[in-house]
Design a protein around this ligand. Structure first.
Ligand code: SF4
Length: 76
């Protein structure tokens, strides 16, 4: 079965809030003012979350609205 993963290079976040606005089930702004991918685990210097195919579209939208392109949806 195909697996999907969201990758968030959080260090590059400019706190614009676009991802949280378009995909609030997965993204929120934290107390530091940066976005957080809910439930993601830290891997090296980024965060990762495994998602289902049904959850791909909303995260793809978040990736598309991110002005600094630090959100990626990958197929594994
Ligand atoms: S859209 Fe990108 S820059 Fe804006 S808050 Fe989300 S991750 Fe950060």
């Amino acid at each position: 079965m195909t697996k999907f993963k969201v990758v968030h290079e959080r260090e590059g976040c400019i706190a614009c809030g676009a991802c949280a606005a378009i995909s609030p089930d997965f993204w929120e702004m934290d107390e530091e003012g940066l976005s957080t991918l809910k439930g993601a685990k830290k891997v090296d210097n980024h965060f990762e979350l495994e998602i289902t195919e049904e959850q791909k579209a909303t995260n793809q939208e978040a990736a598309e609205v991110c002005p600094v392109q630090i959100i990626h949806v990958r197929e594994e």
